[in-house]
Design a protein around this ligand. Structure first.
Ligand code: FUL
Length: 483
């Protein structure tokens, strides 16, 4: 009888002796949605610019081009997507309609479309073909549908918005699932506009009534949820340049109160974001493998080299963004041999640089960690599990992490990743290497975010120390790698 009372009391006492597991940090500021997290994980996607411009040698078609010029001589959409898959791309976004208004699918709402071209006697459908090839190669399919339409007679009037939304419904109804919707803010004013040949000014803030179109797109693609891009979000933002680089200081957060698509003069803000900003709206780095967005034979000798593409990888993915690399098919309807070779070389460089993580599974020591126990301990950094993370107590915003590499080895890059589920926090960090009995500085950075690959001074070392020099709130890190 007495034992019955005694046993529960003993358990209670034992429970009190053990240090309680620390609680996870509370989220800080704006945090990503599940679909934004999925988008971050894609890291590299491709853009496909292909339309009448490919045949007129233009970048912006006026909207008056004859449908008869759209005539790829030897098209192979499967080649496009397999080349992109080999380069590591996770998704492909097609210019279903560029500024010239030419629809790459047989749209019921316009005559300016593949249905009136000689290609496959008007039976061809590039949107359908690309969506299918993406499925075959396990890439996600995304849609660029230019809001500015230089062909449509009603552009600038209310009726055009109905037309635009009809095309959105048509595409989502037939070619989904669509992972990303790309709303382009560009507008040069003048166009064919059904024969009017004039300049039409619109108010970028109000004309398109974006909130209604965005709601429509979300309704049309609820599961998996579509990610919506424009200069000003709402899900991802433009990076503010077409050079292939986000700012070294790259906040996924931004305070978007005064942003709208097409607004001039916001490039610096887009490239940096706002520390502690009110919305999670990461930057997407869009850049072309060639000088133009469309294929021009005159640019065959100006395709970016593998080394240039690798550098772009470092200044986009390596700074916590997603890369959207444009690879424009040529007049045959194929990705040109030069571009194929450049992509192959790029993939090789990425694989070579980042295939062997010297810190994987290695012991890490930290000057601070959250609570007792091991839940937020430093070994979480090298366990290759992105759901576990190291963190500090709420009052601590600086700490050092030392990883023991075992043997002395050449080191070229240090990679960090915040546990962004709980918000972006780190404002600065520095890296040192243990060389001949002393710590020597080999690099420093500001923000981290989803991923930061820091090229460091090339040294041989057996220990690397990363110091978090500042954070907006207790820092978290899910990954530390050394290459
Ligand atoms: C810009 C467009 O004007 C270019 O032609 C291209 O499509 C680029 C990705 O976006 O705003």
């Amino acid at each position: 009888m007495r034992a019955c009372y005694f046993f529960p009391l003993l358990l209670l006492a034992l429970a009190h002796c053990q240090e309680p597991e620390a609680e996870a940090p509370a989220p800080f500021g704006a945090v990503p949605t599940e679909s934004q997290l999925d988008w971050h994980r894609m890291e590299t996607n491709a853009f496909l610019h292909f339309t009448t411009n490919t045949f007129t040698d233009l970048e912006w078609g006026y909207g008056d081009e004859s449908e008869a010029i759209f005539r790829p001589t030897d098209p192979d959409v499967d080649q496009w997507i397999s080349v992109l898959a080999d380069a590591g791309m996770q998704g492909a976004i097609l210019t279903c309609k560029h500024h010239d208004g030419f629809a790459l699918w047989p749209s019921a709402y316009t005559e300016h479309s593949v249905k009136n071209s000689p290609w496959e006697n008007g039976e061809g459908n590039l949107v359908g073909a690309v969506a299918e090839a993406c499925r075959d190669h396990d890439l996600k399919f995304g849609v660029y549908l230019s809001p500015w339409d230089r062909n449509h007679p009603d552009y600038g009037r209310e009726e055009y918005i109905t037309y635009y939304r009809n095309q959105v419904r048509e595409i989502y109804g037939k070619y989904g699932p669509i992972f990303e919707m790309w709303f382009d803010g560009a507008n040069g004013g003048d166009g064919y506009y059904g024969g009017a040949n004039e300049k039409r000014a619109i108010d970028g803030r109000t004309y398109y009534d974006w909130p209604t179109t965005i709601e429509l797109v979300r309704e049309l693609q609820p599961d998996p949820k579509v990610i919506i891009f424009s200069d000003a979000g709402p899900d991802i933002r433009w990076v503010g340049n077409e050079r292939g680089a986000v700012n070294e200081t790259n906040w996924n957060t931004i305070t978007p109160d005064t942003l709208y698509a097409g607004k001039a003069g916001i490039e610096d803000l887009l490239g940096t974001g706002t520390p502690g900003g009110t919305a999670w709206m990461p930057a997407e780095v869009d850049v072309s493998i060639r000088p133009g967005w469309f294929y021009h034979a005159s640019q065959d000798d100006r395709v970016k080299t593998p080394e240039e593409l690798f550098e772009i990888y470092l200044t986009s993915v390596g700074r916590g963004s997603v890369l959207l690399l444009n690879v424009p098919p040529d007049r045959r309807g194929r990705i040109h041999e030069t571009d194929v070779a450049a992509l192959r070389g790029y993939r090789q460089l990425v694989d070579e640089a980042f295939s062997r993580d010297l810190a994987a599974g290695r012991k890490v020591t930290a000057t601070a960690q959250r609570g007792g126990g091991s839940k937020f301990g430093p070994d979480r950094l090298t366990d290759d599990d992105r759901e576990t993370y190291w963190a500090t107590d709420d009052s601590v915003t600086t700490a050092s992490l030392t990883v023991d590499l075992g043997d002395r080895q050449p080191v070229r890059y240090v990679e960090l990743a915040e546990y962004i589920h709980l918000g972006q926090r780190i404002t600065g960090f520095s890296v040192e290497a243990w060389v001949d009995g002393v710590w020597i500085p080999i690099g420093a950075g500001t923000t981290v975010g989803y991923k930061r690959i820091l090229p460091v001074k090339a040294v041989e070392t057996d220990q690397v120390r990363v110091t978090i020099d500042g954070a907006l709130a207790a820092p978290t890190l899910t990954h530390l790698a050394v290459y």
